[in-house]
Design a binder for this molecule. Structure first.
Ligand SMILES: NC(=O)c1ccc[n+]([C@@H]2O[C@H](COP(=O)([O-])OP(=O)(O)OC[C@H]3O[C@@H](n4cnc5c(N)ncnc54)[C@H](OP(=O)(O)O)[C@@H]3O)[C@@H](O)[C@H]2O)c1
Length: 299
């Protein structure tokens, strides 16, 4: 990861300690899935919203693939799930590295012959207001929040199709900002809010594309804004007073996992909502698709 800011030291250190080593990721810690168990991957389930969704799915008896960068926090979630009717294992991967994402996908394809639900929840918020660059040379939030889940979803797509009826839930936000095609990596007029917002808009455009591609195969794909200012890590870093509970956001995610909903929608919490206009613009989506495939080396 290349960083252009004074925070380079601690982050570089964290990345080297917490990465999955590709491609022969070791057997992960926790309990394997039973043959009749629903298998659910929740990215970023070491804290906040993802953690609560992982616990709720575990309490319903599912096998949860817990993902994050911090093994200790990941194992706490795994142990809590394994103490109840569900089961779980932890997989470590830093989304600022495409090699980590590929290793995570390989480990999951190796360890599971089905995948019923993929919740693309991992994300990094708008604070601090500093421009960072990922290991692969891309604007940090664009990679962590959008390009990494784009790549992960592509790598797991066939398994989701083979497990249909299955679901993809992309945890986006109402805080969307349009992509400036002349400066996608935001080298000028950077702000953390703009970087976060364009990554969240890209996630919604990708959701609509995935629905067109996978809808007929029985994979229901939706995106949502879970809730506004839940008391999670990214909101704490922002320093704003929380306005919603993690339970409210989790209810909205659970609805898209469990309820009878049509795919190809952007939900504002529990109800269908409207995303930024650029997410509906076919020319922008085509540009984004081509760029994302090129940057991630996907077909
Ligand atoms: N909080 C809100 O009010 C709000 C509102 C709208 C949308 N959202 C969305 O909700 C989702 C969950 O966020 P949250 O609010 O629960 O925040 P959070 O508590 O900060 O959790 C973020 C999760 O993403 C993981 N993550 C962050 N950077 C990562 C990286 N480089 N590689 C891999 N995993 C990484 C974190 O793992 P570590 O434990 O390793 O850091 C953590 O598990 C995000 O997509 C966010 O955009 C939140």
């Amino acid at each position: 990861m290349r960083l252009a800011t004074r925070t380079a030291g601690p982050l570089l250190c964290a990345l080297s300690v917490l990465s999955v080593s590709a491609p022969s990721a070791p057997a992960q810690q926790g309990r394997p899935a039973a043959p009749d168990q629903q298998v659910v991957l929740v990215t970023g389930s070491t804290s906040g919203l993802g953690r609560e969704v992982a616990l709720r799915m575990g309490s319903r008896g599912a096998h949860v693939i817990v993902h994050g960068r911090d093994e200790e926090r990941g194992m706490t979630v795994v142990e809590e799930i394994n103490a109840g009717p569900g089961s779980a294992r932890f997989y470590r991967a830093d989304f600022a590295s495409f090699d980590n994402v590929r290793a995570l996908a390989s480990a999951i394809l190796r360890d599971y012959d089905r995948l019923d639900v993929l919740v693309n929840n991992a994300g990094f918020g708008s604070a601090p207001d500093e421009r960072w660059v990922s290991e692969d040379g891309h604007e940090f939030r664009f990679q962590v929040n959008y390009l990494a889940p784009f790549l992960l979803t592509n790598l797991l797509k066939e398994r989701l199709i083979a497990s249909a009826p299955s679901r993809i839930v992309n945890v986006s936000s109402l805080a969307q900002a349009p992509i400036d095609w002349e400066d996608v990596m935001i080298e000028h007029d950077f702000s953390g809010g703009r970087a976060y917002g364009q990554s969240k808009l890209a996630q919604v455009g990708h959701t609509f594309d995935l629905h067109e591609e996978l809808g007929r195969s029985g994979v229901i794909v939706n995106a949502l804004h879970p809730a506004t200012y839940m008391p999670t890590g990214m909101v704490q870093r922002l320093g704003v007073t929380p306005r919603a509970t993690i339970d409210e956001g989790s209810d909205a995610v659970m609805q898209l996992i469990l309820d009878d909903v049509e795919g190809g929608q952007f939900f504002n919490q529990m109800t269908p909502g409207r995303a930024h206009a650029q997410a509906y613009d076919m020319e922008s989506r085509e540009r984004l698709r081509a760029l994302s495939r090129r940057l991630t080396g996907s077909r």
